[in-house]
Design a protein around this ligand. Sequence first.
Ligand code: DX5
Ligand code: ZN
Length: 218
Amino acid sequence: MNILAPSILAADFKNLGKQLEEIKENGAAYVHIDVMDGMFVPSISFGMPVIKSIRPATDCVFDVHLMIEEPIRYLKEFKESGADLITIHYEACENVEATLKEIRDLGLKSGLSIKPKTDPNVVEEYLPLCDMILLMSVEPGFGGQKFIDGSLERAKELRNIINQSPYEIDLEIDGGITLENVREVLDAGVNVIVAGSAVFKDPAVNTAKFMEILNERN
Ligand code: DX5
Ligand code: ZN
């Protein structure tokens, strides 16, 4: 099943409630929520208060992408704020296994993300603890960046690693996804598409356009 996960980092925060309605009405199943701490990545975005305030506004899956150091410290608070799925970074955890286990113990879906320069093979040992793998196709920290060359090959590599395992695991990609490159990304084996700037310039129209392409292959 191909899923669209619009990243609200690119949303108009003075109209966030309305924009959440627009993406939901036009077929988005996930809301991608980029939490940045200014340490693991150079910028700071938002945290639990924003998640808590928008939780009642939509029944979309809250796909929370933690770009923070040692996320194990905050998992319970993100669950209490309304997260459904928490993705942590391989590069940000002292103990990846313990962190993924804690997400599962909290009754949430778990995701593991790797940065563009991290070897895709590092995820293999953690597959038993993952519902999703997130491939960064930009250096994490900012929306509106260009899709990094080589990301399609890395996506294919990750899809192969997942398919050789006994687990049903989604592959999500994040960064520089547009209506122009989304087809080749889907063809590489990705099935969860994060898009921020490509959606929120006109949330209703662009969500519908992305869903048309995703549904061609569903
Ligand atoms: C970057 C974030 C991405 C970003 C996507 O660190 O993880 O989710 O917001 O934005 P676009 O789609 O504009 O690259
Ligand atoms: Zn993200």
